[in-house]
Design a protein. Structure first.
Length: 480
């Protein structure tokens, strides 16, 4: 059997072909055992009428190799085009986005000379499911979904990544002081899984103060794990803090498939000038080499690259505080890295990858959820209404009842308005009417909800959505 690993490569748009060429030249010179299949993705494919920017036949190559090294692409302006990254993420279940952000002080100017952290971002859930609605003339809604299985996978990945890469601490960012159920679940699972890793230090920050700390004292962080939205924002912030967006690579990991890339875009105005920095894509390729079981080659490439930076050889985008640095083009930078293959940095930490560097998350180890008792105890009926005061609405809704269901409260955008609601609300046309069994916690039936909705409709209301209220093992599964 061949000891070479087939990989799929896309040269992308803008500066993509130049930085991909430089990256492949370096890793092949280092002895990477890879067989390359090239596919076309990006602008041309979009403009030929393919809304996701990838031809159906190219999926076959990806399904076969299961490893994708992708240069940045240009998404054409205008609506109707779907993100290729989102399509790939969904097609292959790429649940983890891994983004190391490192300072290269004093060789690259940064306000944060000590910084060596990795953001592990959940990639499939949260507000990114794209489920959005305009419910009334005034109010829109996006759905935030956080699952036990999705959270377990990403948190376990973060801890395993920490162990395998000899990292000391995993920090979790959440906003569970506000989103007690969704972010509360993420926090709870982080604590549960953290117990399996006694050797790793653990901490949890509320995301706002955590982000402030991250932006001012990044040296205090090591591995960070967070939901999709927080990770999306903060991984861009931390990448920029290192000194250039051209420096960071990223890995998107699934159970069977993985995609590696630079974090930056296709920089169209730089295209064809032999000036772009290939480092982001090169570091993405280094992660790929670890993933495909070639950690020695990964270390060799990474160390030669560090040595090149140390010796003051840079592309235009990196400003150095050193006097004797020289600026070279993309091709020449690759040549300089190739010249140093086999050398190690003198000042930077030497890269030493092991075959354990990337981890495949095994089956769930959390207690099964199947035996949890789930009881239907009420319903929230959301109505579009704009014909009076909260008390007017409350007085009508209180008269509408069904078997075991009576109005307990009305709120608008999360603020209680009836009975005895806040007098100072900025009124909109979106109301949540909560119906529960007057004997709190006693179960109700689905047919009672249907009966209630029929009566609400007969009173002339437009009910825009309902949300069932459940208790789980006697604990309410809804915000109060
Ligand atoms: P960009 O990342 O391409 O460029 C931002 C700035 O950083 C520009 O000034 C650019 O010159 C500079 N820059 C980026 N990479 C560099 C490198 N390797 N070396 C030196 N300088 C570099 O972001 P943008 O201008 O907002 O987007 C351009 C296109 O890229 C858009 O079509 C966007 O949709 C696409 N994009 C693609 C990806 C991807 O394929 N993963 C990611 C982000 C943006």
């Amino acid at each position: 059997m061949s000891d070479r690993t087939p990989i799929t490569v896309a040269y992308g748009d803008g500066i993509g072909p130049e930085i991909m060429d430089a990256t492949l030249r370096i890793i092949q010179a280092a002895g990477a055992k890879i067989d390359i299949e090239v596919i076309e993705v990006g602008e041309k494919v979009y403009l030929s009428g393919n809304v996701t920017g990838i031809a159906p036949s190219s999926w076959d190559s990806l399904r076969k190799t299961k490893v994708f090294l992708k240069a940045p692409i240009t998404t054409p302006q205008g609506s109707g085009y779907k993100s290729l990254n989102v399509a790939t993420r969904k097609m292959f279940g790429l649940y983890a986005n891994v983004r190391p952000c490192v300072s290269y002080h004093p060789f690259i100017t940064t306000k944060h000379p000590v910084m060596d952290l990795v953001i592990v971002r959940e990639n499939e859930e949260d507000l990114y499911s794209g489920i959005e609605y305009r419910q009334t003339r005034q109010v829109t809604q996006a759905l935030k979904l956080i699952s036990t299985t999705g959270t377990e996978k990403i948190v376990r990945y973060a801890f395993e990544f920490a162990v395998k890469n000899k990292r000391k601490k995993v920090t979790c960012f959440v906003k569970d002081n506000i989103m007690k159920i969704t972010d509360g679940l993420f926090h709870k699972i982080f604590n549960e899984i953290g117990e399996e890793y006694p050797e790793i230090e653990k901490e949890v920050w509320i995301v706002d103060i955590g982000a402030a700390k991250l932006a001012t004292a990044p040296e205090q962080f090591d591995v960070l794990v967070m939901e999709n939205l927080y990770g999306d924002i903060l991984s861009d912030v931390t990448a920029q803090m290192t000194g250039s967006v051209g420096l960071a690579g990223s890995a998107n990991i699934g159970d069977e498939f993985a995609m590696f890339e630079a974090i930056h875009g296709s920089a169209p105005r730089r295209a064809g000038q032999n000036s772009a920095n290939p480092s982001g894509l090169l570091l993405g390729a280094v992660m790929m080499l670890v993933h495909i079981g070639q950690p020695e080659i990964a270390s060799k490439v990474h160390n030669a690259w560090l040595k090149t930076l140390e010796e003051g050889v840079h592309t235009y985008d990196i400003r150095s505080t050193l006097n004797d640095s020289i600026t070279v083009g993309t091709r020449e930078f690759a040549d300089e890295v190739i010249k140093r293959l086999g050398q190690k940095p003198s000042l930077f930490k030497i890269a030493e990858y092991s075959s354990e560097g990337h981890h495949k998350v095994e089956k769930s180890k959390l207690k099964s959820q199947a035996n949890i008792a789930k009881d239907l105890v009420g319903v929230d009926v959301f109505v579009d209404w704009n014909s009076g005061s909260p008390d007017d609405l409350g007085n009508i809704m209180s008269k509408i009842q069904a078997e075991g269901l009576e109005l307990s409260s009305i709120s608008s955008r999360g603020v209680k308005v009836f009975p005895e609601g806040s007098p100072n609300i900025n009124q909109v046309d979106h109301w949540r009417c909560r119906y529960e069994n007057p004997e709190k916690g006693k179960t109700i039936t689905h047919s009672a909800i249907i009966e209630l909705l029929n009566k609400i409709r007969e009173h002339g209301f437009d009910f825009i959505k309902t949300e069932n209220l459940y208790n789980f093992d006697g604990v309410s599964g809804f915000s109060l």
